[in-house]
Design a protein around this ligand. Structure first.
Ligand code: SF4
Length: 379
């Protein structure tokens, strides 16, 4: 596969691993958080940790958009879907996330709710157009990557004068979540985890650019390297982080120059800024309430806001008490620290959100990492 194989060359990956091993200082540890679920997936899938020296550790962060959705918002979507006039549309992974009391949108659909899996926001618009007697609600989740398509859908619905389309907005922002991780980093008693540097998200950065990470790098003296999803991207980003730390630097570097610029996609940013505004705070699974980290529709677009139209109330959800998703999303625990992992919680029957999407830490470890665990134990 031209333009892909070049970034998966095992020989170059081993050379990079050897360079990292030669570059690290032996008198210290390096703890890097990958913030993006795509990186978590790549690290597990390509066995990147096996190529790193023992004193370089990767920590999974809260970068999987499906995983960080709080259970109360899943419950709210399920309540919405049970209204007889509503057709709820969302992406496939979201439908499998467990809500309170072992419910999910899939189970609600099986019980008769009109819930439809879509591949894009345009699918939801088409449903609203073709079924004018239904109230079509798009259950919108995700970081800055999926926010512009939601904004465009709202713009399109208004242009087409669709009065039966609205959005239940759960879009969240990456920089405030990184700030929340950093703020609690040196407080293990409050669930914080020490991090020496970040692999910055790739898709998110194509939209927001690298600039928004500069204040964290500066204020907390933590380097950030924005990296692509391929294994060589990740290996190179780790080498750049190690070099920054050895040099006492804490800058934002861009490894993913083939897709990411300093300013990002200004047109997408303008579209988002026109339609959405910041919430004072938004709950993240694992991080709790994070100030100014979530978006809602501006008053001017109230007609398309499902929260206003259907008076959606925030009711706290009830997580499975045995599920460790919260600690895993903070980087404090690993999937195998959860006693449900691989027993009653698998990708076919997820008990927590981290086992749902392939970008979730538990699903990634179940699919790729557990075999390495077994091999390590056997050796
Ligand atoms: S294994 Fe399942 S129950 Fe345990 S933390 Fe992961 S998703 Fe939650």
């Amino acid at each position: 596969m031209k333009y892909v194989d070049e970034y998966r060359d095992g020989r170059i990956a081993r050379t990079l691993g050897a360079t990292i091993a030669r570059t690290v200082r032996l008198d210290r540890d390096y703890r890097f958080m990958e913030f993006c679920g795509g990186h978590t997936h790549a690290i597990s899938r390509y066995g990147i940790e096996d190529l790193l020296p023992a004193n370089v550790r990767m920590i999974h962060g809260p970068g999987c958009p499906v995983c960080v959705l709080p259970i109360g918002r899943i419950d709210a979507a399920i309540r919405l879907s049970k209204r007889p006039e509503i057709t709820l549309c969302t992406y496939g992974d979201v439908m499998r996330v467990p809500g309170s009391r072992e419910t999910s949108l899939f189970k609600a659909k099986a019980a008769g709710a009109d819930i439809r899996m879509v591949y894009s926001t345009l699918d939801a618009i088409r449903i609203a157009e073709s079924e004018p007697s239904r109230e079509v609600v798009f259950f919108a989740v995700g970081f800055e990557t999926t926010t512009p398509p939601t904004a465009l859908a709202i713009r399109l619905a208004l242009r087409k004068k669709l009065t039966n389309f609205s959005v239940f907005c759960n879009h969240v922002l990456t920089p405030p979540a990184i700030l929340a991780v950093l703020t609690s980093a040196d407080m293990p008693e409050f669930g914080g985890v020490k991090v020496d540097g970040f692999i910055g998200p790739s898709h998110v950065s194509t939209v927001i650019g690298t600039e928004p990470f500069a204040p964290f790098a500066e204020a907390f003296e933590k380097p950030v390297v924005v990296a692509g999803f391929e294994p060589l991207d990740v290996m190179q980003a780790i080498l750049l982080l190690v070099r920054q730390i050895n040099d006492g630097r804490h800058e934002v570097e861009n490894q993913y120059t083939r897709a990411v610029t300093r300013a990002g996609n200004c047109k997408a940013q303008a579209e988002m800024a026109d339609i959405f505004e910041l919430r004072e705070s938004f709950e993240w699974r694992g991080l709790g309430l994070v100030p100014r980290s979530g978006l809602r529709l501006k008053e001017a677009y109230a007609a398309c806001d499902a929260e206003r139209r259907f008076n959606v109330q925030d009711v706290p959800g009830r997580d499975n008490p045995a599920c460790e998703c919260g600690a895993i999303l903070r980087g404090v625990k690993n999937p195998i620290d959860c006693k449900l992992f691989g027993t009653i919680c698998t990708p076919d029957a997820p008990m927590g959100s981290c086992m749902v999407s392939s970008e979730g830490a538990c699903a990634a470890h179940w699919t790729y990492g557990r075999f390495r665990d077994l091999a390590r134990r056997a050796s």
